[in-house]
Design a protein around this ligand. Structure first.
Ligand SMILES: [Zn+2]
Length: 424
């Protein structure tokens, strides 16, 4: 072992917390073409030391050994491979079992628990699978398998028995393609169930998923959802005892989507309109108080152009103003006035919004008599949108679900993260 290899061996021993029964017996480099060398570390069981039965923890003799390798976290930029002839414990009560290595959580994992913990920590902190795969020099598929398994294990342990108020909403997996429906626990501020599609069966599937984790659909007191016909029917059937609420978030989301459709259509209508509307998407979608100085100036300069998009934007603002009314009755009156104004306009996308609002009107002012959930839904939704943007959309629905639970599930990852905190 040369000096550098000796240093790496000690670094490995310390970071792994190898006990007295293990020693690093060899360290070597292997050339890998143009890539940096691979670092190989051999760990050996110290002769004469007892091993623990993985079933009962009893100290036993060694029955035999089996050769195994693990891909470890990179050390100093070197791709690191750990080798060990792993002993099998000979327990008088449980028979012959392969012992667990100090870094191991799952007996058959090909990656050490540490690299698993690092992948998980990177995903929770907001990196995409592609970014993690490149940093860890793994395939995207391997990253997704590790994350999927960690989420599945953590969700097995999740308890949703205290969920009483939920929000239900849809998201496209990619632009204009298949949809998922997400259910969030408004009191726990976490995603609790995700299902494919946004059909009227979606709420029923979400209720089933909730009950698979100790939840109770009949204990649900309030369901906040958007105004789609499918959710109206589905939620009424799945959560019979809950009050159905249309939150401000969903009204404003519907209006914002329609405003954006108006902008796209108008930009295609003539070369002049295309030029005027270029780069203005967020001028119309953001609240006036959230515009940057540049966006506010741009928006102001377009006000004299008689744009349909500007009219749609004004209608959206009028809908938002309904929620600034002091109470339920004045809000109801203001809502009816705004809806009637939009219905007499010449913007079909916004007229569709007004028709939907009128149809679901009874659920809308009920927002005033309950706790405002708008900020929670808005916050969770913006995380979902940022997950999707970072990944440039998801072809694989399961991957999208995995990321939503990682970032918004508030799950415990005790097994994986215990290993990482014990060694740092
Ligand atoms: Zn035993």
């Amino acid at each position: 072992m040369d000096a550098q290899a000796g240093m790496l061996a000690r670094l490995f021993e310390r970071s792994m917390g190898l006990g007295p029964e293990w020693e690093v017996s060899d360290v070597w480099f292997e050339a890998k073409g143009d890539a940096p060398d691979e670092l190989h570390i051999r760990v050996a069981h110290v002769r004469g030391q007892a091993v623990e039965c993985p079933e009962c923890g009893r100290r036993c003799g060694v029955y035999d050994t089996r050769e195994r390798t693990w891909r470890h976290l990179d050390i100093w930029q070197y791709e690191t491979i750990v080798h060990c002839a792993v002993p099998r414990a000979d327990c008088p009560e449980h028979g012959v079992h392969t012992v667990r290595m100090p870094w191991e959580v799952r007996p058959n994992s090909h990656f050490t628990a540490l690299s698993g913990a690092q992948v998980l920590a990177m995903a929770i902190s907001g990196l995409t699978a592609v970014q993690i795969a490149s940093a860890m020099r793994m395939s995207d598929g391997a990253v997704w398998r590790m994350l999927g398994r960690a989420v599945a294990e953590a969700r097995d342990a999740a308890d949703y028995s205290d969920v009483r108020r939920v929000g239900i909403g849809d998201t496209a997996c990619r632009r204009g393609q298949s949809y998922i429906t997400t259910m969030v626990d408004l009191d726990g501020r976490r995603a609790v169930a995700v299902t494919e599609g946004r059909d009227k069966g979606a709420p029923e599937r979400l209720a089933d998923e909730l009950e698979a984790h100790g939840g109770d659909r009949d204990a649900m007191r309030e369901v906040t959802r958007d105004m789609s016909e499918a959710y109206a029917i589905g939620c009424a059937g799945a959560f019979r005892k809950a009050i159905q609420t249309i939150d401000r978030f969903h009204v404003m989301q519907l209006a914002a989507k329609a405003t954006d459709r108006v902008r796209c259509r108008e930009a295609k209508s003539s070369e002049e309109k295309r030029r005027l509307l270029r780069g203005t998407k967020y001028c119309w979608l953001k609240r006036p108080e959230n515009l940057t100085a540049r966006q506010a100036a741009l928006k102001g300069s377009l006000m004299g152009e008689h744009l349909l998009t500007a009219r749609a934007c004004a209608m959206t603002e009028a809908l938002r103003a309904v929620y600034a009314c002091p109470g339920r009755e004045s809000a109801g009156r203001e809502l009816d006035r705004v809806v009637s104004w939009i219905m007499h306009s010449n913007v079909p996308e916004m007229k569709a919004v007004a028709r939907t609002v009128r149809k679901r009107r009874e659920g809308i002012p009920s927002w005033f008599s309950r706790n405002a959930t708008n900020a929670i839904l808005e916050g969770l939704n913006s995380v979902i949108q940022s997950i999707k943007r970072a990944a440039r959309g998801f072809r694989n629905v399961e991957y999208f679900k995995t990321m939503i639970f990682l970032r918004l599930g508030r799950l415990d990852f005790p097994a994986q993260l215990a290993v990482s905190s014990a060694t740092h």
